[in-house]
Design a protein around this ligand. Structure first.
Ligand SMILES: [Zn+2]
Length: 207
């Protein structure tokens, strides 16, 4: 009578002599791919992730600062010359230090951090698939990158951080249209008319 031991089927554990080599090769190839992808997508990954591929809002924007909070007249300075041959890519809303900044368009915070020109800055991908940039903040509200923020919610507080350190406190505000998503190509448009309502025939907050 055969014993249990004799009946049991032993799995074949022998592997091809080169299998370990191929495992390592696969792992290296995978790491190279990931590195290329991470470099290519870079800091823009949240934009690709949160982009509204199927749905696009047409909700008009609201002004980040109320007209009553302005300390200087609101002027169209989009395209105005700036130092080192740059041009002004947005508009400035002058106000008191720590004036709460309202989110112009519902969307997702895709970047939050400090840069040389903008100081404390925020990038929001709006539900309308446009990018909104707020700069020179004195501080942030309690949101983190990846958070969805509703229209009109307080996202930060006005200041003069970055290259605005020698200027009066203001919110630098930009709107960028996404011309091509991947790799990202964006174009700044003039927010002045949308904020003053000149192109819509009605005011959305300023003037
Ligand atoms: Zn500015």
């Amino acid at each position: 009578m055969p014993t249990t031991r004799q009946n049991s089927i032993q799995p074949n554990r022998r592997r091809h002599p080169l299998s370990k080599f191929f495992d390592v090769l696969l792992l290296v190839a995978l790491l190279i791919n990931i590195t290329i992808l991470v470099n290519f997508i870079g800091a823009d990954w949240r934009i690709y992730f949160h982009y509204n591929y199927f749905k696009r809002s047409t909700q008009p924007i609201i002004a980040p600062i109320d007209a009553s909070q302005l300390t200087l007249p609101f002027e169209d300075t989009f395209g105005a010359p700036r130092e080192q041959g740059r041009v002004h890519q947005g508009i400035d809303m002058f106000c008191r230090l720590n004036t709460p900044i309202k989110n112009a368009q519902a969307g997702v915070i895709v970047r939050k951090g400090n840069n040389t020109l903008g100081g404390n800055a925020l990038w929001i991908l709006g539900d309308d698939n446009r990018l909104f940039y707020y700069a020179h903040l004195n501080g942030y509200a309690g949101f983190s990158a990846g958070d969805h923020v509703g229209q009109g919610e307080i996202i930060g507080f006005a200041g003069n951080s970055g290259n605005a350190i020698t200027t009066p406190v203001h919110v630098h505000f930009e709107i960028m249209e996404i011309e091509r998503l991947f790799p990202l190509k964006k174009k700044n448009i003039n927010p002045f008319h949308e904020l003053t309502g000149l192109s819509h025939g009605k005011s959305h907050g300023l003037i």
